[in-house]
Ligand binder design. Structure first.
Ligand SMILES: Nc1ncnc2c1ncn2[C@@H]1O[C@H](COP(=O)(O)OP(=O)(O)OP(=O)(O)O)[C@@H](O)[C@H]1O
Length: 303
C-alpha cells in the first residue's frame, strides 16, 4: 500500500488551494501533512480519499489510479476527520454495528468485530449509551473504531487530536502506533509539530498550497533555529572542556551552559560520556510550528 502523488492541483474558483504538490508514502509508514488552518490539508485528504475531484496531477494509491479506479481505492481506505461519522442518537455499540452492516459482515462476525473494537478502544462505558454522552477523546476513539470495522490498509486521520486534552491525545497517539505496528499505512494531517514528531516517519509542511519543506521530523526541526539542547555544567573547567568538544555550540560563561543546535540529546550524552565529561543538566527545547514557519519564510526571503 503506497501513496504516490505528483503535481496535485486543486482550486476552488479562483482560489488555488493545492498548487502542484508531490509526495510519496511507503506502505506501513506514517506520513504527516503539517500546516496551519486553511493550508489545504483537509482538501488533500478529501481528494485522496476520493470524496472530491482534482484539477491536475497524478495520484496512485495501492497501485490504483485515483481517477480511473476510485472504487478499488475506496475499498482499502478508511477516513476519520473533523466531520465525525458518529451518530449521537445511537449507542456506541449501535454505531459500530451500523458500520459492520455497511461492510456486509454476517451476524457472528459482526458481533465479534464490534466486541473486539469496544474492548480495544476502551469504549465499554459508551457501548450501551447514546454517543452524545461521549467525551471528546472517547468520540474520536469511537470514530476511529468505526473506521476500523472495514479493516482498511490505509487510514486518513484528519487532525485527529485537535481540541483533545493531553491524556486523550496520548491515547490516540498510542492507538496510531499500534495500527502502524500492525502494518497499516497512516496519512495524518495536523497543526501540531509535536504530533508529527511523535508519529510520523516523514513530514511535509504545507503552506499556502505548496510544500515548503519535507523530510523526517528530525530533519525538519534541525532546520529551525528554535530547536536546541542546553547543557549546564558544574564549573568553568568542565564547561570549557565541553565547549572544546562541541565546536558548533554557543557558550554562556555566566550560566555555565552550552547551547547546541541539535535534536538528538542521546548522541550528545554519548559523546560527553566518551570524553568523560559530566553535565549537571540537559534540557531539550523543541521548536514549534511557528518557529518552523518563521524559519522557512526567512529562508524564502533570502533565496
Ligand atoms: N468547497 C470549497 N469551496 C471554496 N473554498 C474552499 C472549499 N473547501 C475549502 N476551501 C478553501 O480552501 C482553503 C483550504 O481549506 P482546507 O480545509 O483544505 O484547509 P486545512 O489546511 O484543512 O485547514 P483546517 O485546519 O482549517 O481544516 C481554505 O481557504 C478554504 O476556505
Amino acid at each position: 500500500m503506497t501513496v504516490a502523488v505528483s503535481g496535485l492541483r486543486k482550486s476552488f474558483g479562483s482560489k488555488v488551494v493545492l498548487g502542484g504538490i508531490d509526495f510519496a508514502v511507503p506502505g506501513g509508514t506514517t506520513f504527516a501533512l503539517l500546516g496551519p488552518n486553511g493550508a489545504g490539508k483537509t482538501t488533500a485528504v478529501r481528494i485522496l480519499s476520493t470524496l472530491i475531484g482534482f484539477d491536475g496531477g497524478e495520484v496512485t494509491i495501492g497501485g490504483h489510479d485515483l481517477r480511473r479506479e476510485p472504487e478499488a481505492i475506496r475499498r482499502m481506505i478508511g477516513v476519520t476527520g473533523q466531520f465525525s461519522a458518529v451518530d449521537d442518537l445511537l449507542t456506541g455499540a449501535e454505531n459500530l454495528e451500523l458500520m459492520a452492516d455497511l461492510h456486509h459482515l454476517e451476524r457472528t462476525a459482526r458481533r465479534r468485530r464490534v466486541g473486539e473494537l469496544l474492548d480495544r478502544f476502551d469504549l465499554g462505558a459508551v457501548a450501551g449509551k447514546p454517543a452524545a454522552t461521549c467525551s471528546g477523546g472517547m468520540r474520536r476513539r469511537l470514530d476511529l473504531a468505526m473506521t476500523l470495522v472495514g479493516q482498511p490498509r490505509l487510514i486518513f486521520l484528519d487532525e485527529p487530536t485537535t481540541g483533545l486534552d493531553p491524556r486523550s491525545r496520548r491515547m490516540m497517539w498510542q492507538t496510531v502506533r499500534e495500527l502502524v505496528a500492525g502494518g497499516v499505512t497512516i496519512f495524518l494531517t495536523t497543526q501540531y509539530l509535536e504530533e508529527a514528531d511523535q508519529l510520523a516517519d516523514r513530514v511535509a509542511l504545507l503552506d499556502d498550497g505548496r510544500i515548503v519543506a519535507a523530510g523526517t521530523p528530525a530533519e525538519l526541526k534541525s532546520r529551525v533555529p528554535g530547536g536546541h539542547v542546553r547543557l549546564r555544567f558544574a564549573d568553568a573547567g568542565t564547561l570549557a572542556a565541553a565547549a572544546a568538544l562541541f565546536s558548533g555550540s554557543e557558550r554562556d560563561d555566566e550560566a555555565l551552559a552550552l547551547r547546541l543546535p541539535t535534536t538528538k540529546p542521546r548522541e550528545l550524552l554519548d559523546q560527553l560520556d566518551r570524553a568523560g565529561i559530566e553535565a549537571e543538566e540537559l534540557s531539550v527545547h523543541s521548536p514549534d510550528l511557528e518557529d518552523v514557519f518563521l524559519a522557512l519564510t526567512e529562508r524564502k526571503a533570502v533565496a
